[in-house]
Each structure stands twice: as structure tokens, then as C-alpha cells.
Design a protein. Structure first.
Ligand code: NAD
Length: 355
């Protein structure tokens, strides 16, 4: 029977390691809580398994603990922010608080954030906005190893560029669409690799551009020193959305796009994010918006389930049900991932319990 960690215990362990790696109490608590929330939502790829990478990034100098968002421009409805390579979990929250404030004042805000270290689960930021009744759209690029192949291409050229749309639904849990534009998130390949699993066909190509189901091709350098790549979701359409994320999250924010071969010495993960916030009340359509949104969602849910499905869901439902279940049952961390977390703790003189 696998051991499940209670969420609070994981939070405490992760925060202890982060403090020992140089973070203030407040920063360590925010990052730890965010990572555990990702696990609770079922996105283990963006959960506590990221900790070893973050500790390494601090040592490498690519991640700067205790950094704050820097305002480069603030016209009220336009915000241009620099994340100064701080923890994305902290920088992202600071940026969203500014954007939400401006959208509440003016009805909308376009917020550009560059140079943040890994922002983690983008849905967290949309949740902050929908909790205030705002619509929130996010286009994100990833400056790291280029792990995704363009549609029709045979090698990795860009990152897993997530896209996220949060829409409040009056009196109900929100619509929360949040996904990598690769067929699966890169972190899920790390999780599958650590668990010794193969992945579904159509997910990956190897270092020579051939289809494979072995997640090792994107986790470890292959015999020729190169990596394989993830495929884009949705064929040419998902690929198009990924390019839009790069152009909006990378070029428009000023954070930069990826256009060079992999440098094995550079392992930092930076995110750029273009966020658009809209207040339906200020737009003057709030009553129609509430009614029409609910009517449409009810209409969807009333549809008959297709073969192999129990019900028609909306985005956000799977994460909410996983969260309810994991809050009670705890969070399973596979042995390999836990060993890596323990090793990360040792690097900063923190002893965590063995697997
Ligand atoms: P995924 O493939 O699990 O898709 C998740 C989305 O699909 C969610 O909105 C979910 O509610 C919805 N969904 C799932 N099943 C559904 C159903 N039956 N009916 C309706 N909707 C359904 O997610 P992913 O692509 O693996 O991404 C995981 C996480 O990784 C996301 O939180 C994303 O933000 C994050 N991510 C972050 C980065 C980064 O650099 N910061 C990069 C890539 C991904």
C-alpha cells in the first residue's frame, strides 16, 4: 500500500528546504504552498517534485531568492513587469495582485511579465482573478531546453508554452482551462520516467525524430548527446497556439523568444506571461454574462455522456475532484521523486525522512 503524505507535512518539508536555500519565511511558505497545491490539483508535474530543480537553480544563480516584481511601466490599464528571476510562485502572485487591482479600477488590464523564474501551475494565477469576479487569459512561453517539436518538425524548437483561461461562473466553481500546448507537460514525462512507465503513442519523438513511447528521450541526453521532443497537442492548431504563446509571452513581453540550439550548461527555466484581465461588471454585460454562461454550462452538462465517460465536465472539474480526494487521502510521491527531494534537502543541510 503506497504511503501518502498529508499536504501540511509536505508543505513543512518543502518550506524548510527553501528557507535553507536562502528564501525568507514568507517566500518559502508561498512557494511550498503553491507546489503542494499543484499536487493537490493532480498536477504532480508542477508540484513538490520541482523542488530539486529549484534548489539547483539557486546554486547555479539562475533563480534569485527573495526577488520582487519590478514595475517597468504602469499606465493603469497597461502594466509592464520584470520578474527579476525570482521564484515564479511569488513573482506571479505579486504581478497578479497588481493586474487585478488595475482591472478593478479600470475594467481591464493587460499585464506583461518577463524574466520570472518558473511560474509553475498557471491556473493558480487565473484562480486569483476569478475569485475577484474577473476573466483572466494567460499566454506563457518557456525559456529553457526547447522540448517541443513544431508541427511537421523532427526536433525540439520551443517549450511547453502553457495557455490558461479562467472564467468566473456566478455562484458556481469557475471554468478553468489550463494546459501545456505540448501533448503532455514535460514534468509529466519526468514523473512517468521516475515511475518507470511508458507514455501513450503520439506523445514523443526520439533524438532522431522517430515516434517513441519512452519518456527517457526527453529526460536524459540520448546516445548522440541530443534529446527527443514532445509533440504539440491538436496537430497544426495546437502548434499555432504554442507559437502565439511564444510571440505574446516571449516577444511582446520583451522577455525573449527561444531561437538557439540547446546549451547543456543553461538549465534555468524562465517564463514570460502575457495576461489579459477583464471585469464583466465594468464592461456592462455582467447580467447577460452570468445568465448566458450558466445556461451554456448547464446545457453542456445535461448532454449524454459518450462511450467511456461518466459525465460531461467543464475545465476545472477534474482538478477540483482530485483536490477534494487528495485533501483527505494525502499526496502520493513516488520513491524516486522523494529521493530527489531528500537529496535536495541534503545539499542545504536539511535532513528529510527517507522514502
Ligand atoms: P492537462 O493535459 O491535464 O489538461 C488540463 C486541462 O484540461 C485543465 O483545464 C482540465 O480541467 C481540463 N480537462 C481535463 N480533463 C477534462 C475533461 N474530461 N473535460 C473537460 N476538461 C478537462 O494539463 P497539462 O497540459 O498536463 O498541464 C498541467 C499543468 O502544467 C498546468 O497547470 C500548466 O499551467 C502547467 N504548465 C506550466 C508550464 C510552465 O512553464 N510554467 C509549462 C507547461 C505546463
Amino acid at each position: 500500500m503506497p504511503f501518502n503524505h498529508p499536504a501540511e507535512d509536505l508543505c513543512t518539508h518543502v518550506a524548510t528546504v527553501l528557507r535553507a536555500a536562502g528564501s525568507s519565511h514568507a517566500e518559502a511558505a508561498t512557494v511550498a504552498e503553491n507546489l503542494v497545491e499543484a499536487n493537490l490539483h493532480g498536477h504532480d508535474s508542477h508540484g513538490v517534485g520541482m523542488l530539486p530543480r529549484y534548489v539547483e537553480a539557486v546554486f547555479e544563480g539562475g533563480l534569485k531568492p527573495n526577488s520582487n516584481v519590478h514595475i517597468r511601466l504602469d499606465t493603469g490599464t497597461l502594466l509592464n513587469l520584470d520578474g527579476q528571476r525570482g521564484y515564479g510562485q511569488v513573482i506571479g502572485e505579486q504581478a497578479m495582485r497588481l493586474g487585478i487591482d488595475r482591472a478593478q479600477q479600470h475594467g481591464s488590464c493587460i499585464m506583461s511579465l518577463s524574466n520570472s523564474h518558473h511560474l509553475g501551475r498557471i491556473g493558480h494565477f487565473a484562480e486569483m482573478a476569478v475569485a475577484q469576479g474577473l476573466v483572466s487569459l494567460h499566454f506563457v512561453n518557456v525559456l529553457s531546453r526547447p522540448v517541443v517539436a513544431p508541427f511537421g518538425g523532427a526536433d525540439g524548437r520551443y517549450g511547453t508554452n502553457p495557455c490558461c483561461i479562467g472564467i468566473p461562473l456566478a455562484g458556481r466553481p469557475p471554468f478553468l482551462l489550463d494546459f501545456a500546448t505540448s501533448r503532455v507537460a514535460q514534468g509529466k514525462m519526468r514523473v512517468a520516467f521516475n515511475e518507470g512507465q511508458q507514455v501513450p503513442p503520439g506523445t514523443l519523438i526520439d533524438e532522431l525524430g522517430r515516434p517513441t513511447t519512452d519518456p527517457a528521450v526527453v529526460v536524459l541526453p540520448q546516445s548522440n548527446g541530443l534529446f527527443g521532443a514532445l509533440m504539440a497537442f491538436g496537430e497544426h492548431k495546437g502548434y499555432g497556439l504554442a507559437v502565439a504563446c511564444e510571440l505574446l509571452g516571449g516577444a511582446l513581453t520583451g522577455g525573449g523568444t527561444w531561437h538557439k540550439p540547446t546549451d547543456p550548461n543553461v538549465r534555468t527555466v524562465l517564463n514570460g506571461m502575457l495576461t489579459i484581465l477583464i471585469d464583466p461588471a465594468k464592461l456592462g454585460t455582467d447580467i447577460a454574462f452570468e445568465q448566458e454562461a450558466l445556461a451554456f454550462v448547464d446545457w453542456l452538462r445535461a448532454g449524454p455522456p459518450g462511450a467511456g465517460f461518466d459525465a460531461v465536465l467543464i475545465a476545472g472539474d477534474p482538478e477540483r475532484s482530485t483536490r477534494a480526494q487528495r485533501e483527505v487521502a494525502g499526496i502520493h510521491i513516488d520513491d524516486q521523486t522523494w529521493r530527489e527531494i531528500v537529496a535536495a534537502g541534503r545539499k542545504v543541510n536539511v535532513d528529510l525522512p527517507s522514502p
